[in-house]
Design a protein around this ligand. Structure first.
Ligand SMILES: [Zn+2]
Length: 111
């Protein structure tokens, strides 16, 4: 199973470029082809699928209570997704292959 990816004109806040609301991933218009961002969201989506969607969101929201004042990438469920996103950006900047990341996360590549 794969996420249903949808591009929308705007999300709830200007600084939010994408959000995973299982089974969907919503992208703000202009960010839908950002492959590093898509890896970040696919990371969340696959993790939620593994954990079970409800337990994942309950854990996410519970942790949010403790981490909402900190940088977004400090949240324990965000840290690995941001790490994934940064690594893909690093590989792209070095003109190295991101194929392994796309395969692991099973990120669909549009024709
Ligand atoms: Zn995230």
């Amino acid at each position: 199973m794969n996420p249903i990816e949808i591009t929308v004109p705007r999300l709830q806040r200007e600084n939010i470029h994408a959000i995973t609301l299982w089974p969907f991933i919503f992208y703000r218009k202009g960010f839908q082809d950002d492959i590093a961002l898509r890896c970040h969201e696919f990371f969340h989506w696959r993790q939620a699928a593994r954990w079970g969607v409800i337990p994942w969101y309950l854990t996410y929201l519970a942790l949010q209570l403790f981490y909402f004042r900190r940088a977004a990438d400090q949240h324990p469920l965000e840290a690995p997704a941001y790490a994934e996103q940064r690594e893909v950006l690093r590989l792209l900047a070095n003109e190295e292959s991101i194929g392994e990341h796309l395969a692991t996360l099973r990120v669909s590549t549009k024709a």
